[in-house]
Design a protein around this ligand. Sequence first.
Ligand SMILES: [Fe+2]
Length: 119
Amino acid sequence: MSSHKSTTIQEAQDISNMSDAEKKHVPMIHIDGTPRAGDPFEVTVWVGEQLSHPSEPGHHIEFIDLYLDDMFIARCDLTPGHTYPKACFSVMIDRSGSLRAYERCNLHGDWTYSLEVSV
Ligand SMILES: [Fe+2]
């Protein structure tokens, strides 16, 4: 893929058959336990789960964001060389919806992934 910084948000075309660029950049979401309305639960967002992404000044993940539908929940800012692009958030939601993760690579732009949650 091009190293040109894109303004479009990219996602996996086929999550079960991802390209190498997708494996490195799609922010996979994992939920620990069964979410219940108003109770905290753990949401882990892992960039590069299937193919490790670099964490160096010239090429790195700048941040990982988490939304419920269009509502911003949390951001994790990352420092290259000192972080691995994987973030765990303790989240409380009061309704079902789509948990949406976003990440930005300084070379390869913005990427997203979403997971439906029912509470
Ligand atoms: Fe990248």
